[in-house]
Design a protein around this ligand. Structure first.
Ligand code: 2P0
Length: 329
């Protein structure tokens, strides 16, 4: 097998120099069936498939400009070239851009800072779209998703709006590991963010995932959990069956956290308020309010509900940030 990254590069059109600058946008996404664990860390190939909902107007807007030297401005602040953020983003651009081109990047997150959702997913998906615009390309959507995946696994899903499934694939070169839209937006579907902490994570998600796969005996149960949950969530999205969707998504997120807690050294993202909020969600559900929770690699909760529960949830959680997932104009 030739090197899979060289093969991908051979599929790219010529680097056209017509444009001096280009701007693109990509939404963040929240997984309803989580991606947790890689079978190939260089190509970011996942152990299982996953399914997410993109967050519409909440994501990353990025402008690329041809320049004499590489520079990065993130939310209005210059980023030092020695930082991991700078190096990771430019190492990714090096996979796709003309090696002779230097770029000035101006990147802006349109996600409320307090939501703690500023993720690599929207940034890498946006970087691919911005390079495409700069070089005047119109890549096939599957190739766009595969390229974004090389930046961050979850970025493979952020190249699409609405509900999106990332197929695990089985090919060693990853050419069958890409995301595809499952369904457009569900106008009544809501995501609510309950922020517990905005502090940086004690363990990054890439490291936490790797540690779980390597050390958690419970991880062997994870592929079976996803094999059960993913088709149920896909069907629930297609049927707009909120109860099945919410139950399955919450179970999936808690099972993912169980694998992290069972790793060594343990990865425990939860803070006391995480459990308090989770218990409050369960109390509200026992009282008849259809609301479910999901959590990613951090202590903050994302509530899943439909528009009619919005007022009751605002009353129960005044700090709730309600996120719509209709696409950005
Ligand atoms: C997800 N997460 O499906 C899962 C659930 C966090 C918990 O994808 O190593 O930043 O760059 O592929 O995509 C976060 O991991 O990790 C993530 P890499 P990524 O959304």
């Amino acid at each position: 097998m030739s090197d899979p990254i060289r093969h991908l590069q051979s599929l790219l059109p010529p680097h056209n120099t017509r444009h001096e600058s280009a701007t693109a946008y990509a939404p963040a996404n929240i997984a309803l069936c989580k991606y947790w664990g890689k079978r190939d860390s260089r190509l970011k190939l996942p152990v299982t498939g996953s399914l997410s909902v993109s967050l519409g107007a909440h994501g990353t807007r990025m402008t690329l400009r041809r320049a004499e030297a590489d520079t990065l401005v993130l939310n209005g602040e210059a980023v030092d070239p020695g930082t991991a953020t700078f190096r990771r983003l430019f190492a990714f651009l090096d996979l796709i851009r003309d090696p002779a081109h230097r770029l000035t990047i101006n990147s802006h997150n349109t996600i409320p800072i307090a939501a703690g959702l500023a993720s690599s997913a929207s940034a890498f998906a946006c970087a691919v779209k911005a390079l495409e615009a700069l070089y005047g390309w119109d890549l096939p959507p599957q190739l766009r998703s595969i390229l974004a995946r090389l930046g961050s696994g979850s970025a493979s899903r952020s190249v699409f709006d609405g509900f999106v499934e990332w197929h695990a694939g089985s090919a060693p070169d990853g050419m069958d590991s890409f995301a595809e839209p499952v369904a457009p937006v569900w106008p009544e579907f809501r995501i609510g963010i309950l922020t517990v902490s905005e502090a940086p994570k004690p363990v990054g998600s890439t490291e936490a995932m790797e540690r779980t796969v390597r050390t958690a005996p419970l991880y062997t149960a994870w592929p079976a959990q996803v094999a059960h949950d993913l088709p149920r969530i896909r069907q629930a999205v297609l049927d707009r069956d909120f109860e099945t969707l919410g139950q399955t998504a919450e179970h999936n997120a808690l099972a993912m956290h169980a694998t992290m807690i069972a790793s060594w050294p343990p990865v425990i993202y939860w803070l006391p308020e995480t459990t308090d909020h989770l218990h409050a969600v369960h109390r509200l559900r026992a009282e008849g309010l259809p609301v479910y929770a999901t959590l990613d690699a951090g202590p903050n909760l994302k509530l899943l509900y439909t528009a009619e529960a919005g007022n009751d949830l605002k009353a129960a959680f005044p700090q709730l940030i309600q996120i719509e997932h209709t696409p950005a104009p």
